[in-house]
Structures are given as C-alpha cells and as structure tokens.
Design a protein around this ligand. Sequence first.
Ligand code: GLA
Length: 712
Amino acid sequence: MTDPTSGPTVGAPPDPAAGPRRWTLRGARTEYVVAVPAHGRWLELVAWGPHGVGDGPSPVEYAGPVPFLTAGDAAPVEYATDAARPFTGADLVVETAGGDRRIGLEFAGAEAGPSRLVVTFADRVTGLRADIGYEIPAGTDVVRRWVELTNAGAEPLRLHRAGSAGFCVPTPHGATVSYQWGQWAQEFQLDSVDLGHGEFTVGSSQGVPGHAYLPWLAVRDRAEPAGSTWGMALDWTGSWEISATRDTGGLTRVRAGRRLADGPLDLPPGDRIALPAVTGAYSPDGLGGLARVWHDHQRRLAGERLVPRPVLYNSWEATYFAVDAENQLALARIAAELGVETFVVDDGWFVGRDDDTGGLGDWTPDPAKFPAGFDTFVRQVRELGLTFGLWVEPECVNPRSALYAAHPDWVYQVRGRPLTPVRNQYLLDLGRPEVAEFVHSTVDGLLRRYDIGYLKWDFNRPRTEAGRDWPAATGAAGRADLDGAHVANLHRVYETLRRDHPHVLIEACAGGGARTDLGMAARADVFWPSDNTGPLDRLAIQYGFLHANAPHLLSSWVTDSPGFFDPRPRSLAFRFVLAMAGVLGIGADIRHWTPEQRAEAAGWVARYKEIRDVVTHGTVHLVGGPDRSRCAVQYTAPDGDTVVVLAWHTGRLDGPGVLPSRPVRLPLAGLDPAAGYRHDTRRYSGSHLTTVGLPVRWTADHDAELVVLRRA
Ligand code: GLA
C-alpha cells in the first residue's frame, strides 16, 4: 500500500483557457513532442522523429471530420481510456464498484525536465490518478514510457485493460509492420505484414514472453522501406500484447503493455500499480538503423558489464543428462586446450536428475555422479584455468522430487483441478515470499558454496494454472496478480544475485529463447536464443535476434554436424564464424573431434578473441539475409579503424556468385568513403566497399568468411 497523495508535484488545476501545454524531449538525434489540447482530456503526440520534426504541422494530427466516431478515436492520443477512445482501441479500461466503465481523465499537472516528463491526469468521479511518464536516456534515441495508476478515491476499482502506452506513427501510404514469430527451436523469425487497414496483434498469455512472438514491433510507411522506422519493445517478462491498428486517417497506433490473461486486476482504495515500461525507438535508416538504436540502448542497460564475454563450453549436447565427473573433466581438458575460458555443466548434475522426469527442486549435486565431491570436481575444472559455470532451473519442480513432497502447495494450481505438467514439471508460485526466498537462497547458496563464475538460468515451461494455494494472498480484494508478482520477484532475485555476486555472469534461457525482453536484457548478461544450433536454421534465428538485440546478448555454440535439428551440414568454419557473431561457445562432443578439427577450432577461438571487442562494442550492419545469396554481419569499431565482416554461404546461387568466376559482393556501410581499408595484401577504398562491395568467393569447401579490414 502506498500513499496516494505522494507522487510528482502537480501544477495548476485544468484551465481550458490556458491553451495547449506542449513539451519536447530531446535525444541524441531524436525528439518526441507531446501536448495536452485545450480541452485537457488527454495527452497527444505532436511529432516523433529526427530533431526539428516538431517545428511545423504535426505529421500525426488529424483535423478532418470524424462522423460516427469521437474526436479521441481519431486523435493521436498517447494514453487513452475507453471514454477518450471508445471505439478504436483504449489503453486503459477501468470498472467501478458499481459496474460503470468509460472513466474519463482530466489534465492535473506536469513535471517536466529536458529529458524526463511526467504528465498527471485525474478522474474527478472515482479519484483514479494516472501519472504518464517519459524519459529519453542521455545520448540515446529511445523514449522510455511508463504509467502509474493510483486509486486515490474511496471505492475499489478494477482494471480490465492496463496497457502501458500508445505510440502513433504516420503511415500515409499504408503500414509495414515487422515482427518476430517463432516456436521452440525456431525463434526470432523476422517477418512483416502489409497493414492497409485494421489491426495486427502479437502477444503471449503464458506468463513469460514466450517462443511464439517477441515483445517487439517495428512500423514504417510502406512507401519508405528504408526510411523512417519506429520500434516498440516491452520491459516485461510476463504475459503481454502489442497491437498495431491503422485507421482511415493514415495513422498507425501501436498499443503495448500487459495482457491480463488471468482476468482483471483489482486496485483497492489507496493502492498504486506501476505498469511495465515500454520503450520506443526511432531511426531514419530502416530496420537496420532501428537495430542499431536497440543495440545502443541495450549496451547502455548493460553499463559496466558491457565487456566481451568469455568463450564457453557447454556440455549439454555432448552428454545430455548422463553427466559425471569423469566425462565432464574429459570435455573440460579438451576445451581448455582449445582456448575455452568458461566450462558450463548443463542439466543433470543434481540428485534425482537422470532424465527430465525427476530432480528439479532438489539442487544438491548427485554424489553418485561426483564421487570425490562436487567441490573437488569444481576445483579440478578451475585448475585447468577455466571458470566454472552451472545450469539451474530454480522456478520449476518435478512431482518426483523432495521439494514437491515437502511443499505441494508451492506450485501454481486451481483448487480441485488437476495440474498440467509440461516437460514433466510444475511451476513454483514465485510471487509467494517463501518461494522467492527459496529460489534466491538456493542459487545464492550454490554461488557461495562453490567457485562458480557463470550461471545458465533456465525456465522450461509456461504457467498453465491461474491460481494458487495460498489463502493469505486472496483477501477481501479478491484476485491476486500472479503474473505481476512472479515477474517482480524474478527481477528482484536477479538483481539481488547480481549485486551480491557481481563477478557471476547470468545467461537467461527458457527452453531456448522464450524469455527475452528488455526487462531481462537489463538484468541478464547473455541470452540463449534457441536450442537449435543447426547452422542454416541458426543463421535465420540470429539474423532476427540481432534486429532486436545487441551481439553481447547472443550466446551461440558450435555443435556437431550433422546436428539434431538442421540436416543441412555446413563446415566447421561456417559453424565457428556463425557462433562468433555474438558470444562464442562450443557445444559439440569435442572428445570425438580429430586432431585436425581441434587445431582448426583452436585457431578460430584465438581469432575470436582478437575480434570480440569489436563484436561487443561495434556498430552493426546486417548485410543481405539468411535467405539471400548475400548474408553477412559487419561490425565497425567505435573508432572506425577496424571493420569485422562475418559472411556465410547460404547455398543460394542467385546473384553475381552464380558463375565461379564472379565473387559475391557484400556491400558494407558506415565507412569513410575517402579512406583506404586493408585486408591481407588487398586495399579497398571505403567508397568501393560501400558501392561495389567486399568480394567473397564461395566454393563447396569455402562456405564462410571472416574478414578484418583495417583503415590504413
Ligand atoms: C532447455 C535449454 C537447453 C538445455 C535443456 C536442459 O531445453 O534450452 O539448452 O539446457 O533445457 O534440460
């Protein structure tokens, strides 16, 4: 419970005669301009784009007639209740104790600074207050938006919809909406729809961002494919929804926020709820430019932790659940020889975990698998010069475990109904304080007990049950916010572990990439994007991933060929260059690699160590695509002197590479046209590399390329 009277200082009461209030937030190259019209009933977008875009007629204002609609239905409203926008999509739908809806808000004041703004609205009838916040973090081109709702009235309120923001994008010729869809082993598939009119929605009801869609969207005018592009991404690790609606006036309005999949939220008198932040991004340079804005943002979120990640080895695909000290040490010895820096023991190390039917919840090393003790085993790995890493999935429990036997009430459940197992496991109700304490103390205990420098934190099932066996949680107010409580405690546990163990890197995983959102990007050091490491499938996954996420978050392993998923084998070079596009790891059974393969691998690992600083900090240009004959990623060092190009032969023989005598040309970007760039004995001008391209000659034996160009 919070004091409803505290919050930003509000200014004068609404005065229609005072005329419009208008504020401009400025970023590095972007500005975001909003205003409250004279009637004071909502906040409107004036313009969002490059500096100066607000000087002149608003590109989103609609001054035409609105027969059969209300003015708010056509206006570029920033945050709309169903009173302001009854027909074309509200962000907030509130019901009173008496069953009334259509709550209207009025301007009640603002607190404005150069890069931060909070505009407050209030409802005279119910006492509901909405603080609508904006911030452009210094030096960026993103606008972070949030909403806090306070029930300052005497009656309970119920939220049927609790969106975080509406974003208005001018799309006079129709909208192209880019999104990422997926499923397990096929995440981050970049696609787009042509939205003439109507609505397009993506979301998740799984209590986790999910495999099906990424909480990310990009919108541009369909006549400007490489021009101004606007993006939105959610800072929310639970159920969510983003929709884009294009109206007859040419405006595309994007609504983003929580999806209340478990039913409405209660807001008793005196309570306040902070709705998740949603971040908007703008680039004048198409989807590729927008990717760079997201990269900058996530690099800033990483702060001091933005340093090249260690090269890791993960034993999952080599040994699966059949982990023991002997096979892990055999792998670790070879990994160390290859130049690997961190050795991660995946699933299977704890008691009762011989397959996926038991053990989750009982986080004690299995003495049968580590007969000399786990400390000894960890010490032996460390003596090889490796950092030790461990897999955990602390929010889940198998019915066959001591934890479940002791605390069957700790899992999400609906009274009197059977539980729904997924991968033979249930989900712990992390919103309960004692469960959060268990999860925190389990992981914290492992980190204190053993010499661990890396955690892979997994989450292999969504939440199916919208209930809990916890009378304390459901008082007179009725419904509990399961999703909100789970996410809040998850974020808190991550933050606490990071604070107390700052040297431990955390890799966030959820059956592959089902838990990647801006909230996790701010709290984890790296994401495991997919269980699919098959080279050509993985290329498409990484291509989508890099449109929304920075390379330091992209964990990628070289695995054996042919692999489990993608039966289109590629060379060891291809697999290494692919994994070098982010954070290089090896997940193959290296015990079976020949001396030649090991020597080649050691060479790639050494080369990765030379380029990883540029991969971590460099400006990314995505060249071509995974379904094109040209497919590469270019990383340009911040000083512009070093350019790393990773390129892959996708198997397509269209384009200039069709004749063996003609190389494929990879057009580079962002170079100094007058400067020279050297690669081995060759020297190209920046102008040549940009307009003609870097030549690459593919053959059956040569399907990947790593080129380091140096300005000279
Ligand atoms: C999930 C992860 C895998 C692996 C297994 C272990 O599927 O995505 O990488 O850790 O769990 O059970």
